[in-house]
Design a protein around this ligand. Structure first.
Ligand SMILES: NC(=O)c1ccc[n+]([C@@H]2O[C@H](COP(=O)([O-])OP(=O)(O)OC[C@H]3O[C@@H](n4cnc5c(N)ncnc54)[C@H](OP(=O)(O)O)[C@@H]3O)[C@@H](O)[C@H]2O)c1
Length: 329
C-alpha cells in the first residue's frame, strides 16, 4: 500500500515509522520529553525489519533524544538511505552532548544551522521532508520561513517541506504560500478525528502525516490493566496536552471505547493497533500514519496492517457509530 506525499509526487509506503521514542531519554530541567530507556541495537533491528516489510517513510526530529533519534535512524538506514523518504523537523533547541532540551528558536539562522546538524547525524546530504516543529508559531513568522525553505529546495538540501501543526488555519496559509510545501503533520487517531485539517490537506494537495495514531499506545489496549509507564517516560509527566495518560497510566475514561473498538477490529482479523491504522487509511487518501515503536515486534505488528489495508466502508461506519459521541468537532 502506497501514498503520494502531497503535491511533491514523492511516493511512500502508506505506513511510516515515528522515531520519537527511539531517541531515548532527554529532559529540560525536571521535564522529561523522551519515552524512557530504549535499546539502540533493538531500535536498529526494528528499522531494518521495517525496511524488509516495505516501510519507506521515517519521521524523526532534530530534538528527539537531543539528536539521538536521527543518529540511530541514520545508522540503521546506512546504504539504503536513497531507498527511503526521511522526514525530520527543526525549531526546538537542545544540547546534543548533555541531552538537554532547550526552548523554541524560530530564527532563519536556526532553520539553516539545525538542518546541517540533522544532515550530519542522519549521514546524508539531503532531507526529503523538512518540517517546522513549532505548532503554535504565529502565521506571519512561519511565512517568513518560506523563502529560505525554497532556497534550500533549490540548493538540493531538502526536497520538500511542511509544518507540524494541529491548526487548520496555519496549515492552510503555509500550504498556500509555499510551492514545495507538501505535508502537514497533525495529531489524529480513531479517538480524535480532525475534519477541518483533513479537508485542508485534501484541498491543498498536502499529505496528512498522522502523529499519535495509536493515542500514544493507549489504543493497543495493553494499558487496560492499569500498568504504569516509567517515571522518565513523557506519558508520566503532568503536561496538560496529555489526553490519554495521567500520571503514567491510561486515563480510565477511554477504556470502554478501546475495548469496543477491539471487538470491531478483531471481527476483520486485525489487532487493535492494526485496526487503528486501518481507520486512518479509510478516513482519507491523504493520511499517512507514523506510529512510534520500541521494538521489532511492534513494527512487525504495525507493518502487517498494510496487508489488511483500510477498513471497509461497513467497518468504518460501525466505528463512527460506536464513537458518535466523540464526533462533534
Ligand atoms: N509535534 C510533533 O511534531 C510530534 C508530536 C508527537 C509525535 N510526533 C511523531 O509522531 C510519531 C507517533 O506518535 P507517538 O509516538 O507520540 O504516538 P503513537 O504512535 O500513537 O504511539 C506510539 C507508542 O505506542 C506503543 N506501540 C506501538 N506499536 C505498538 C503495538 N503494536 N503494540 C503495543 N504497543 C505499541 C509504543 O509505546 P509503548 O510500548 O511504550 O507503550 C509506541 O512508542 C512520533 O514517534 C513522532 O515521530 C510528532
Amino acid at each position: 500500500m502506497k501514498r503520494v506525499l502531497g503535491r511533491s509526487g514523492i511516493e511512500v509506503s502508506a505506513l511510516g515509522l515515528g522515531c520519537w521514542a527511539i531517541g531515548g531519554p532527554y529532559a529540560g530541567g525536571a521535564n522529561q520529553y523522551g519515552w524512557g530507556h530504549v535499546d539502540d541495537a533493538e531500535s536498529i533491528r526494528a528499522i531494518r525489519r521495517a525496511l524488509d516489510l516495505g516501510v519507506t517513510f521515517f519521521d524523526t526530529a532534530s530534538s528527539y533524544g537531543a539528536g539521538h533519534s536521527e543518529t540511530v535512524l541514520g545508522q540503521a538506514l546506512g546504504g539504503d538511505r536513497d531507498q527511503v523518504v526521511i522526514a525530520t523537523k527543526w525549531g526546538w533547541t537542545f544540547d546534543e552532548a548533555t541531552r538537554e532540551a532547550g526552548g523554541a528558536d524560530s530564527s532563519i539562522a536556526y532553520l539553516r544551522s539545525c538542518l546541517e546538524g540533522s544532515l550530519r547525524r542522519l549521514g546524508t546530504d539531503y532531507v526529503d521532508l523538512y518540517q517546522l516543529h513549532l505548532g503554535d508559531l504565529p502565521v506571519t513568522e512561519a511565512l517568513e520561513m518560506i523563502e529560505p525553505l525554497e532556497d534550500l529546495v533549490a540548493a538540493g538540501k531538502i526536497r520538500a517541506y511542511g509544518w507540524s501543526t494541529d491548526d487548520p488555519q496555519r496549515a492552510e496559509a503555509f500550504a498556500a504560500a509555499g510551492t514545495h510545501c507538501t505535508a502537514i503533520q497533525y495529531d489524529m487517531s480513531v479517538l480524535a478525528d480532525r475534519p477541518r485539517i483533513v479537508a485542508c490537506c485534501e484541498q491543498a494537495e498536502q499529505a496528512g502525516v498522522n502523529r499519535g495514531p495509536l493515542a500514544m499506545g493507549l489504543l493497543s489496549g495493553k494499558y487496560a490493566d492499569g500498568r504504569k509507564v516509567a517515571a522518565d517516560d513523557v506519558r508520566s509527566q503532568g503536561y496538560e496536552w496529555l489526553t490519554y495518560f495521567h500520571d503514567g497510566a491510561a486515563a480510565p475514561r477511554w477504556q470502554a471505547r478501546v475495548e469496543a473498538l477491539r471487538e470491531v477490529f478483531a471481527a476483520g482479523g486485525r489487532t487493535p493497533t492494526q485496526g487503528a491504522l486501518a481507520w486512518l487509511w479509510a478516513r482519507s487518501q491523504t493520511t499517512i500514519p507514523i506510529p512510534g515503536f520500541r521494538d521489532t515486534a511492534q513494527v512487525e505488528q504495525n507493518a502487517a496492517a498494510l496487508t489488511f489495508g483500510p477498513l471497509s466502508a461497513r467497518e468504518f461506519a460501525e466505528v463512527e457509530d460506536l464513537l458518535s459521541d466523540l464526533r462533534t468537532s
